[in-house]
Design a protein around this ligand. Sequence first.
Ligand SMILES: [Zn+2]
Length: 129
Amino acid sequence: MDAYIYQGDLTCEDCKAKIERQLVKKGATDTGDSDDYPQGPYPDGGGEADTAQYCGMCNVFLENPLTNYGSEDVKERIAEDIKSGKYNPVSIGTWIDFYDVTLKELVEDGLLDLGDIVKLLKGYPKAKK
Ligand SMILES: [Zn+2]
């Protein structure tokens, strides 16, 4: 997905269009400076980054590729959420699918062990308060 930069935030195409409409109403023009007017498009959600990138306005996932560091970080967070037994719509619902993370990878990277897998197979225990 294409991303745009406006006042230090990444935005999606829809939000960029909204910002532009508001700016045009105020009589602003594109100065070429992202502090004044949205700049872009930047393909692949703004490009490779150390974290999964989200629109600063509506929080939609921008589908950016990850650096090696970012990829490790995403896998660690997925593994933590699997261990915690809570369904996290961000890590488990979105990242596993988009970044193509497999259980095999998580085990091979030492992030999950057999005990965690057994827990998964038995079903999660109820979350403690
Ligand atoms: Zn947005």
